[in-house]
Every structure is written in structure tokens, then in C-alpha cells.
Ligand binder design. Structure first.
Ligand code: WTA
Length: 656
């Protein structure tokens, strides 16, 4: 199979310069667990030069049922970490904190969008997760089974995830914003037997009918035998006899004792689907020990978690950020994590800041797209709140523009809180490049330096190192514990997508440059993956959805820069001869995509064309389409068919 990439855009070499430097604030550094650049450098050097010893030592942060005998077996691209060891991540995230001093410590604080608040101590979490696991057991779930989870953000989704981990079942969380078709594909591909969902969820004052979407998906997925339904909204939903079960009724039948299954280090923990360039979404498989250690260690050092922190990552559990930094990372460290169900602008645009003050949040982790939205809504809404409990800020998901970074620093961090810009991916499992906040000076827009054990490099398409200041492809030269192990059911695709472009190295699909200080500046994807509001989408998925519409013959999706969302979605569409093109057809197609994939994939703009511009060899001229979408060099009128054949002829040489 062909590798999933293209070339480095030429704009990468002429990127902006940013000279501001922010050293770690002295007060922060004096209390941080890593408090000087020298300390970071020494640990980093050891993690690279003596990596087995480094990781063997760090792995003691986890509780093992059986110790491992080998740190790493590396047979490109197959890594096995901590072989011979057995452990359970639910035990590590819950049980070990539920005894002793942390038993009465708050593990989760949850706020629903309508305003109710619930919290659970580690002791309570321990009881609830065992009951939840027993419910799954009664449905026949056992080690190795795949369980789909399609829910909103609540303590119940955390319990669902951890209950799977407790039994050794492999969770496959599907973001609640995905449509029935997308859910069905993911459940079918991972051969799920059980689905956990809820009646509905609250979003911006509306109820999202999760159960009825799930019903539609399950109709198309005969392998799903049981559907477990959490009653969140008290909505009347049809329950299918023998297949559907109310969670609260099942919980009433079970005991609160359920031992944690000993898992081999390399036993799969979860499958999470993400978009690539070609084909359908990929089910990345993460395994137990390496993922657990990676998320635990990065949370500990990059968020500098301390015993009294209230930590809030605003991501949905349905994305990798939610897996690693809402659920596993904080709980493995015995931290207090806040969960919020709803939208940042409900009922007002200051909801987040209201939450920060009321719950005394000290660490806050969000996406640049959210920061840009707050900027647009106006600092006056932020200034109504004190935000005095905050001590550390983080960002993730897309490059942060220096303006947004400075605004975050000033308006949210009050020039007191370090900002950790964290670069990583679904595939990497845990954060790869980010400042250690008490040790590394930050520069607005740079993710700064690699985490321990991570060896990134910028290279040309041929794999040659690129000198400082120049753009190139970001690759990782060494295996790391939390790396994905394979694509579920498709090891060849795993090899082709990540390990064939630059042989022997992990190919990230991102462009980047490194400056004279060794800092990394991420420049966005070099392939056809879009990043819309920090959500990753494949152009192919949206194109397939469009061509499923009876009036569409061909479609090409490209991204265009968007001030708020990072990237907007533009669809170039050719239609069946004789079809009248007008605004209502454009609207119909936008709705169609939202219905097929989910609202997150809805195109911002539809451009009708007689034919898609293609090279002589038949490839769609995507670079040309990107240029056209970005410059608006099209008629700007959805009622006319564009003819790109002339401009395509002129550009053909560039694209071949
Ligand atoms: C992008 C999200 C710049 C990048 C954790 C990557 C970033 C993709 C950053 C992965 C960052 C993530 N700076 N770009 N700090 N963080 N990205 O799999 O293009 O949803 O390849 O994982 O998001 O998206 P994914």
C-alpha cells in the first residue's frame, strides 16, 4: 500500500519569527517537581542514552502484579515494552489510591451543563467501578472483548472506560458528536459485542439523542448483542427487549466487589479511531503498561501535578486527549480531575471561567481553537472572574498562533502561569513535545523541547536531517512506551502509514522546524488530514460521504485557513449532468455530510464544478484546489459551475 503522504509545502521554510522568551516563573519553579533546565537536560540525556535503565526506573511508578523482565523488545515497527510484567490500569488508577491517605480525596468533580455538580472520592470511585464492571460481566463481557462507548462527558463514561480496563475488555470510545454511520463503522471494524450509551446528552441547552443515534447504528451492526443505557436526561427512549438494558437497573443487581484482571504489559487496552489520508478511519491499538506509564509520567511532569491540584482538561473523553488526560493520566497520579459536560458558551460565554473559580481549578488544559473563540467573545467576560487559583495552562490539538498564546498568557494566566503547548497525536498516546514548566523557558507558538525518551528530528523527504531554521518533516527516531502498536485488523496499513515514508523512523505526518535553541515549531499536517477546531478529519471520509449522495459524481475536500477553527472545510463537487446547482443544493449537501459523519465534518463551503481539475495521470490537483480555496480565487457564487480546466492546464507541471 502506498504511504499516506505528500511533500513539504514551500511556505514551511519562510515561517514567522517569534523572539519573545518566557522563563519559568521563579515561584512556580521553586515548587515544581523538575525545577531547572539542568535537571531537565540531565534527565533527558539519560532517557535517550540509557533508555532501558531510565524506563525501568520510571516504571516503578506503576503497581505491578508481576514485575517485567525486559524493558524493550524493538523490532521495527513492533515494540514490546515491559514484557513479562502483569498489571491492571484500573487498579493503578483507582484501587491503589482508595486505601490510605488518598481514600477520601476527591477523584472526580463533574459539572453537568444544566448546572448540577457531583463528585466522587477515590474510595467511592473504587466501589462504583467494581459495580460497573460487574454489570459488564453479567452481560458476558470478558478479557479481550471489545466494548464500544458512545456517551457524553459524565462520571459514568469514566466508569465505563475504567470498568473495561478492570476486566481486560478493550474499550472503543466513539465521540458523541459522530453520526450513526460513523459509529456503526467503528463498532463493526473493531467487532464490538457490547455498546454503552446514554438516553441523551446536554449540549448548548439542547438534548442530543444519543440512544436513538445508537439504535440506528446498532441496526447496521449485527455483532452488537447488548446495549447498556445510562439514564442521563430522563428521556423516554425505546428499549429493545433482550438487547437493551438500563444501567441503573443492572447496577441494583450486582455486588461492589470485582477483582482487577491481571493483564500482560502488551495486552490491548483500547482501540481509538482516527483519520488518515486514505481509506477509512484507522483503529489505533494501545496496550496496557506502556500507555499507562506514558500518560502517567507526562501528566506528572508536564502538568507538574501536585497533591492539592484541581486539574481540568476540557477535551471530550471521545478523543485521545480525553483518554490520556481526562481519564488515565490524572487518575493514575491520584489527582483530582474536573469533568464538564457541556459547551463553553452555555448559558453564557464565561461558563469556563465561572467553573474555574467555583471549583478552584489550578491546572487548565484546552485547545487553541477555544482560546481564539474566547478572544473573539471578548476579554471583558473573562475579567469578571478572578482566576486566582490557576497556576498552569496548557494547549493541545493544533498549532497555537502567538497572538492567541499571548492572550492566554495575559487574560487567563495573568502573566503568572506557565503555558505548556503540547504536541502529540492519537498514535503517540502521550505528549511528545512540550515544555517542562518549571524548567524550560517558553516561546509563544513553540511546543519547545521533547519529553523524556522522545527523539524527534526534522528531515527531508529522503530522510536527511534539515538544518536549524528550515522546515521539514517531523519524525521520531526512537520507540517510546505509549506508542500505538498497530492498526486493528490491519498491521500492513500500520507499517505503510507510519514506518515506510522514512524507513526505521516513525512518520508523524506533521511539518515542523527547529530553531537555533533546539525548539520545535509545529507547522501543521503535510498530508491530506484536516485539523478543524482541533478535530482531526480525513478528506477521504468526507469525500466518500459526499459521493454517496445521488446527485454527486465526484468530490474533493481541501482545508483553507480559518481564523477561529484553524482550518475550514471546502468541498469541490461535480454533480450529475443536468442537476441544477443552487444554494439549496449546497445546503442539502452540507446537511448530508453532517448526517453521515457528524456535524464536525460539515463543509463550510461547497463549490460546484463541471469537473475536478486532474493531472494527465488522473490525480486530483489538490494543491491547486487548496490555493483556490485559500485565496477565494473562484467566482464566489454557488449557483454557477466553475470551470477549472484552464488554470489546471497552467498548474499541471507543479502537481506532477
Ligand atoms: C496536531 C491530538 C501543533 C498535529 C492530541 C497532529 C498539534 C494532530 C499540536 C494530532 C500542537 C496536536 N501543536 N499541532 N501542540 N497538538 N497537533 O490525533 O497536526 O487528534 O498530527 O491528537 O494534531 O491530532 P490527534
Amino acid at each position: 500500500m502506498a504511504a499516506e503522504t505528500t511533500s513539504v509545502p514551500s511556505s514551511f521554510t519562510s515561517s514567522l519569527r517569534e523572539d519573545r522568551i518566557f522563563p519559568p516563573p521563579a515561584e512556580f519553579a521553586s515548587q515544581a517537581s523538575i525545577r531547572s533546565r539542568e535537571q531537565y537536560d540531565a534527565l533527558y540525556r539519560r532517557s535517550i542514552e540509557d533508555s532501558d535503565a531510565f524506563w525501568a526506573e520510571q516504571a516503578q511508578l506503576l503497581d505491578w502484579f508481576q514485575p517485567f523482565h525486559t524493558v524493550l523488545e524493538w523490532n521495527v515497527p513492533h515494540a514490546k515494552w515491559f514484557t513479562g510484567g502483569t498489571l491492571n490500569l484500573c487498579y493503578n488508577a483507582v484501587d491503589r489510591h482508595a486505601k490510605g491517605a488518598r481514600a477520601s480525596k476527591t477523584a472526580l468533580i463533574w459539572e453537568g451543563e444544566p448546572g448540577e455538580v457531583r463528585s466522587l472520592t477515590y474510595e467511592e470511585l473504587h466501589i462504583e467501578v467494581q459495580r460497573f464492571a460487574n454489570v459488564l460481566k453479567n452481560l458476558g463481557v470478558k478479557k479481550g472483548d471489545r466494548v464500544a462507548i458512545y456517551m457524553g462527558v459524565s462520571p459514568e463514561i469514566v466508569l465505563a472506560v475504567l470498568a473495561c480496563a478492570r476486566l481486560g475488555a478493550v474499550h472503543n470510545v466513539v465521540f458523541g458528536g459522530f453520526a450513526a454511520h460513523a459509529l456503526a463503522d467503528r463498532m463493526a471494524d473493531s467487532e464490538c459485542r457490547v455498546l454503552i450509551t446514554q438516553d441523551a446528552g446536554f449540549r448548548r441547552g439542547q438534548e442530543v439523542p444519543l440512544k436513538s443515534i445508537a439504535d440506528e447504528a446498532v441496526e447496521r451492526t449485527p455483532g452488537v448483542e447488548h446495549v447498556l443505557v445510562y439514564r442521563r436526561c430522563g428521556r423516554e427512549v425505546p428499549m429493545k427487549e433482550g438487547r437493551d438494558h438500563w444501567l441503573h437497573e443492572e447496577l441494583a443487581k450486582v455486588s461492589s466487589e470485582c477483582p482487577a484482571e491481571p493483564m500482560d504489559s502488551e495486552d490491548p487496552l483500547f482501540i481509538l479511531y482516527t483519520s488518515g489520508t486514505t481509506g477509512k478511519p484507522k483503529g489505533l491499538v494501545h496496550t496496557t503498561a506502556g500507555y499507562g506509564l506514558g500518560t502517567m509520567l507526562t501528566s506528572k511532569y508536564i502538568f507538574d501535578l501536585q497533591e492539592q491540584d484541581v486539574y481540568w482538561c476540557t477535551a471530550d473523553v471521545g478523543w485521545i486527549t480525553g483518554h490520556s488526560y481526562v481519564v488515565y493520566g490524572p487518575l493514575l497520579n491520584g489527582a483530582t480531575a474536573l469533568l464538564y459536560e457541556g459547551a463553553p458558551n452555555w448559558p453564557e460565554v464565561d461558563r469556563f471561567w465561572d467553573i474555574v473559580d467555583r471549583h478552584k481549578v489550578s491546572i487548565f488544559y484546552t485547545a487553541p481553537t477555544a482560546i481564539r473563540a474566547f478572544m473573539k467573545w471578548g476579554a471583558e467576560h473573562v475579567r469578571k472572574h478572578s482566576l486566582s487559583t490557576l497556576r498552569l495552562l496548557g494547549t493541545v490539538g493544533e498549532p497555537i498562533n502567538p497572538e492567541a498564546w499571548m492572550w492566554y498568557h495575559r487574560e487567563i494566566g495573568h502573566e503568572r502561569c506557565p503555558i505548556v503547548d503540547t504536541w502529540w497525536q492519537t498514535e503517540t498516546g502521550s505528549i511528545m513535545i512540550a515544555p517542562i514548566p518549571g524548567a524550560v523557558a517558553t516561546k509563544p507558538g513553540s511546543a519547545t523541547l521533547p519529553f523524556f525518551g522522545v527523539l524527534p528530528e526534522i528531515v527531508t523527504k529522503e530522510g536527511e536531517p534539515v538544518p536549524p531554521g528550515h522546515g521539514g518533516l517531523l519524525v521520531i527516531r526512537k520507540p517510546w512506551p505509549a506508542m500505538a502498536r498497530t492498526i486493528y485488523g490491519n498491521p500492513d496499513r500500520y507499517q505503510a502509514a507510519y514506518w515506510s515514508e522514512i524507513p526505521g523512523s516513525y512518520f508523524t505526518g506533521d511539518g515542523a522546524r527547529r530553531d537555533e535553541d533546539g525548539y520545535f515549531w509545529l507547522m501543521g499536517r503535510v498530508d491530506d488530514v484536516l485539523n478543524v477546531s482541533g478535530h482531526r478529519l480525513g478528506t477521504m471520509e468526507i469525500e466518500s460521504a459526499l459521493v454517496a449522495h445521488t446527485k454527486v459524481t465526484e468530490a474533493a475536500i481541501v482545508g483553507r485557513p480559518d481564523d477561529l477553527k484553524g482550518e475550514g472545510i471546502v468541498a469541490f463537487v461535480s454533480v450529475v449532468d443536468g442537476t441544477e446547482v443552487d444554494k439549496s443544493l449546497a445546503d442539502e449537501l452540507k446537511k448530508f455530510v453532517a448526517k453521515e459523519i457528524g456535524a464536525l465534518a460539515r463543509p463550510d463551503e461547497i463549490r460546484f464544478t463541471q469537473a475536478l481539475p486532474k493531472t494527465r495521470s488522473g490525480k486530483i490537483m489538490r494543491r491547486l484546489l487548496r490555493e483556490l480555496a485559500a485565496t477565494g480565487d473562484v467566482k464566489g457564487d454557488t449557483t454557477t459551475l466553475e470551470d477549472f480546466s484552464v488554470v489546471a492546464k497552467l498548474k499541471e507541471k507543479d502537481e506532477e
